[in-house]
Design a protein around this ligand. Structure first.
Ligand SMILES: [Zn+2]
Length: 64
């Protein structure tokens, strides 16, 4: 019982401080098994970028 969440539709909140956005992120480990890639995302809150490798969705938050 280690994976109850849907692995391909996870949404990761980020802020402008996380730019340039790359996947896997610094906090991601085993589930991300692809070379690090940089993703283009707008700095507008609510903007979404999807990783073409693992399908992770990054959503721009309004920051602090
Ligand atoms: Zn990825």
């Amino acid at each position: 019982m280690s994976n109850t969440a849907t692995p391909s539709t996870r949404e990761i909140p980020i802020t402008a401080a996380d730019l340039p956005l790359h996947c896997p992120g610094d906090d991601d480990k085993l589930w991300a098994s692809h070379p690090r890639v940089f993703l283009a995302i707008d700095e507008t809150p609510g903007a979404i970028a999807t990783c073409p490798y693992c399908g992770a969705r990054y959503r721009m938050s309004a920051g602090d």
